[in-house]
Design a protein around this ligand. Structure first.
Ligand code: NAP
Length: 619
């Protein structure tokens, strides 16, 4: 049979029995909602129709009668009320109404809330925008600016797009947000090989989006921005490291946070005579086979890397300062089922509803267990819910241990959620229990030419030292020099305490916007792509206002930013990651959380979906 269906990636050419076998492997809840949406038959919203026995024959008959029964809907025609009913049926529970527009937007069932579409390409004004960085958020900015017909140039320090996914190429590197959600809402990818795809596929995805939107002509590669300086009248001068200068009306920083490797401050590191690597500056030519390897760190990067190298190495010693919390994710390395993939490509709306499912199940529910109860005592949890989580995850981890001497070392001594929890399918602890692997929890007193000296005096020989010690994430927008109004340096203005209104705009720095700026990182759910989409919609609304009203510049009112920062700080202090005594890359050296968004995802979505004109000074 051949069925051509509009708005779906591929026509159906499979036989009835092939389709039936595919349906057996469907994500049933997504299948159910896709059928409801195709037929627009509300009577199918019953639990009887969600049962496999009823659903699969129904799906077969609907697919066979397409395209007769299926009329692609204008995206906005499916009413929010109906979609809300579908959402509640799908999750078999309450979905508060405030989530519906955000989810519909993320499912591409609703156009983004913005006005910039009103500006045709012919609007070309002197509002020329510089985007710094061609990683995930810079690509997004370029797509939106191009759609709006606003002239722009993207400066990228590397010779290819992809940002963190270009730069991080260590063995085992992969995403820890479900792949079918970790892609732009408007550019889904149905070809992911895995539920959590490896780095190469992510890089290919971002390159393919750049090509699809024909963005390469707008990108200046190997252009590292040295400084940006505000002149006047809303204009900025950009200077590259090579000394090239250009003037823009607005600058969008999309430089990311997790791309400048941080080496540990350990005496003698530079004297090491073997091979010194950082996980985020991997050298693919290094041969690890038969080598004695020391890995410093046990965060997200080490966690992915260590299980990949222990087979090759003669011996691996992992030096752990703090143990990570491991959250069970049995399908972390699983490939996408071929039947499920077929449905993503062929069955209208199946992919949209699958995205909703991934978003909803990884949305705000987890936040509750990370909130601090001020009446709760105990250093290892922050509330009754957090304690329950601690116990269940500790049990999950302990059950993986057969060498009980390890137990004390692997269970974290801080509350779950105080650092980034890692998605686990058992590979980390299995690697640590191999005969050729040691977990060292003593600190290193010195590195010598031959290896590492521990505080106790013992010495570990090494051919290779891998520092999986994270990034210089606290230095937002560094190493660029940014000079705002009246010669004020952004880094002087911030000092140790970077703050931006909604993570995007800063008083004294007119027409400058940050993507993934201060306090926009997520711990409890969602994805940075979702947050970046919120940010770029907001920024486009700001640019639109500048264009519409003929303003030269905008900057947030100081009192607005101060009030915002105070609200953020108070909330962060009431989250597991804000409690005193736990140091992480989320905090500055004084313990203030400069990285994280402490509220729900829906709060960020609603706060950024409308720009409040009164929050800004317009010139
Ligand atoms: P990280 O989470 O900051 O981990 C760095 C590790 O190095 C920690 O275990 C830290 O110990 C340790 N360390 C730092 N300095 C040390 C020293 N002097 N001596 C001994 N140990 C030292 O860095 P990361 O693993 O690169 O991850 C950073 C962030 O990148 C993650 O939180 C995540 O957001 C992102 N990431 C994501 C993925 C993914 O999506 N799959 C993968 C990698 C990274 P302490 O904990 O005691 O500080």
């Amino acid at each position: 049979m051949r069925i051509d269906i509009p708005n779906v990636t591929e026509s159906i050419t499979a036989s009835g029995s092939e389709i039936e076998s595919v349906l057996q492997r469907a994500h049933l809840r997504s299948l159910h909602m896709a059928l409801v949406q195709i037929t627009r038959d509300e009577s199918l919203l019953t639990s009887r129709h969600s049962e496999r026995e009823t659903l699969i024959p129904l799906a077969l008959s609907v697919i066979e009668s397409m395209p007769g029964v299926y009329q692609p809907l204008d995206r906005d025609m499916l009413g929010a009320e109906f979609v809300h009913k579908m959402m509640q049926t799908m999750v078999q529970g309450n979905v508060p109404k405030e989530y519906v527009p955000m989810m519909m937007q993320q499912m591409s069932l609703l156009k983004p809330v913005n006005k910039y579409g009103d500006h045709p390409a012919s609007c070309s004004t002197d509002l020329k925008v510089a985007v710094i960085g061609a990683g995930m958020s810079g690509i997004l900015a370029a797509i939106r600016l191009k759609e709006a017909g606003i002239p722009f140039v993207v400066y990228e320090k590397n010779s290819e797009v992809g940002g963190t996914w270009l730069e991080n190429s260590y063995p085992g590197c992969r995403v820890d947000v479900p792949s079918h959600f970790y892609c732009y809402s408007f550019a889904p990818n149905h070809d992911w090989s895995s539920n959590f795809s490896p780095r190469n596929e992510l890089l290919d995805y971002f390159k393919s989006v750049v090509d699809k939107y024909d963005l390469r002509q707008h990108i200046q590669f190997q252009s590292d921005i040295k400084s940006i300086e505000y002149i006047k009248n809303g204009c900025w001068n950009l200077t590259t490291v090579e000394g090239k200068k250009e003037t823009f009306r607005s600058v969008i920083s999309a430089v990311g946070q997790l791309n400048r490797p941080k080496l540990p401050d350990i005496k003698g590191l530079a004297d090491f005579g073997g091979c010194l690597l950082h996980s985020a500056a991997w050298d693919e030519h290094v041969n690890l086979r038969g080598k004695k390897i020391v890995v410093i760190g046990s965060g997200a990067s080490a966690f992915q890397l260590v299980p990949e190298i222990v087979d090759k190495a003669r011996h691996t010693s992992v030096v752990q300062r703090s143990a990570p919390w491991l959250f069970p994710t049995p399908d972390y390395h699983d490939e996408v089922d071929i039947g499920h993939q077929w449905l993503l490509k062929h069955l209208p709306y199946y992919a949209n509803w699958y995205r909703f499912w991934l978003f909803w199940t990884g949305c705000d529910a987890f936040l509750e267990s990370l909130k601090v109860d001020s009446n709760w005592s105990g250093a290892r949890s922050v509330s009754a819910a957090n304690e329950k989580l601690r116990k269940s995850v500790s049990e999950y981890m302990a059950n993986q241990i057969h060498d009980y001497s390890l137990l004390e070392k692997i269970i974290p001594n801080y509350p779950p959620g105080a650092k980034r929890p890692l998605r686990d399918n058992g590979r980390w602890l299995s690697a640590l229990q191999r005969d050729n692997v040691d977990l060292i929890t003593e600190s290193i007193s010195q590195v010598t030419a031959e290896g590492i000296q521990l505080k106790s005096g013992s010495f570990v020989d090494a051919d290779v030292i891998i520092c999986a010690t994270g990034f210089q994430a606290d230095q937002f927008l560094a190493p660029m020099e940014i000079i705002g109004r009246d010669g004020l340096s952004l880094h002087d203005f911030w000092g140790n305490n970077p703050q931006a209104y909604l993570g995007m705009t800063v008083p004294n720095f007119p027409n400058l916007f940050c993507l993934y700026g201060p306090n926009t990182n997520l711990v409890h759910g969602g994805s940075i792509i979702f947050h970046s989409e919120c940010q770029i919609n907001y920024i486009m609304n700001c640019l639109s206002e500048l264009l519409d009203k003929g303003h030269r510049s905008m900057e947030p009112r100081m009192e607005v930013m101060d009030k915002f920062s105070e609200r953020i700080e108070q909330a962060n202090n009431k989250r597991a990651w804000g409690v005193p005594g736990v140091q992480s890359w989320y905090k500055n050296s004084e313990g203030r959380v400069t990285q994280n968004w402490p509220f729900r995802l829906v709060d960020y979505w609603s706060e950024t979906s409308q720009m409040k004109v009164e929050d800004y000074i317009w010139q």
